[in-house]
Design a protein around this ligand. Structure first.
Ligand SMILES: C[S@@+](CC[C@H](N)C(=O)[O-])C[C@H]1O[C@@H](n2cnc3c(N)ncnc32)[C@H](O)[C@@H]1O
Length: 256
């Protein structure tokens, strides 16, 4: 997977401390190791430091290791792998592909990822403007993140696969029962991509006891954290260790 210059789309070549193209556009490699390809006028930013800190602390406990082990079954050691919205690289760093690129807009996330994982090239930029060549990835991953449909179809090789991971209907339901008066099941959107065919859907689930001290970090990782009232968030503090169902859908798509 060649990395392209975000200004002129020519191939970027790596030097010791920067990448540059034949038109002399140059991009510094941060001291932690990620490459900043976000153009100065871009206003967007990814998850903030507080969210990243909570996610890192929770993922480090490996409650979700069964998920990455399942996804790993579909990745081959000679694959070119692209992880779109890789966060702090918990999943990206685990896979044994020949060439790995992780993209995210969160500087805090990529600092952590690139410091710990030297087997992956981490790029700071938007997944909706991905500086990679057409038809260059064998596997593209989107794990709990927005889906950049057009970029996925453009970058995937003809025989490549796209793996989408998202929460299933009853994910974390026991936690919601403790917090909300009227707990609800997640809505599971039916994705259809023109240009991609569903090849397989793998539901996986596991019930684990989440330690009291990990519950707040887990809750902060959810999309509903920001819409939950402070009074409801306070209830987390009174909870003890809690058995929680982790329930995910892994969708695998092939290019048609
Ligand atoms: C819920 S997190 C998931 C991170 C990682 N895949 C994981 O499961 O640990 C969503 C990630 O998407 C990133 N993100 C959101 N919008 C983005 C965009 N337009 N381009 C790149 N990254 C984006 C955020 O910064 C965040 O790291």
């Amino acid at each position: 997977m060649n990395i392209l210059c975000p200004v002129c789309k020519n191939i970027l070549h790596k030097s010791d401390k920067f990448y540059s193209c034949e038109n002399r556009h140059s991009f510094d490699i941060a001291k932690e190791g990620y490459l900043n390809l976000n153009l100065k006028n871009s206003q967007k930013s990814g998850d903030n430091a507080e969210m990243i800190k909570a996610r890192k602390a929770f993922l480090e406990k490996d409650y979700y290791s069964f998920l990455r082990e399942e996804v790993d079954k579909y990745i081959k050691t000679d694959d070119e792998l692209l992880d779109l919205a890789c966060g702090e690289g918990y999943y990206t760093s685990y896979f044994k592909a020949r060439n790995k690129i992780g993209i995210d807009l969160s500087k805090t996330g990529l600092k952590i990822a690139s410091k710990a994982d030297k087997t992956t090239t981490y790029l700071l930029c938007s997944i909706f403007h991905t500086p990679l060549q057409d038809s260059s990835a064998d596997v593209i991953l989107t794990i709990f993140a927005p889906v950049a449909k057009e970029e996925i179809i453009r970058i995937l090789k003809d025989d490549g696969i796209f793996i989408l991971v998202r929460p299933d209907r009853d994910h974390l339901f026991e936690l919601k029962e403790k917090i909300y008066e009227h707990p609800y099941y997640n809505e599971v959107e039916k994705f259809s991509f023109s240009g991609l065919n569903t090849y397989k859907q793998i539901p996986i689930r596991k019930t684990m006891t989440v330690r009291k001290e990990d519950l707040n970090n887990l809750f902060m990782m959810t999309p509903y954290y920001n819409t939950t009232s402070n009074a409801d968030k306070e209830k987390l503090k009174d909870l003890d260790d809690l058995p929680v169902t982790f329930s995910f859908l892994i969708d695998i798509y092939q290019k048609s």
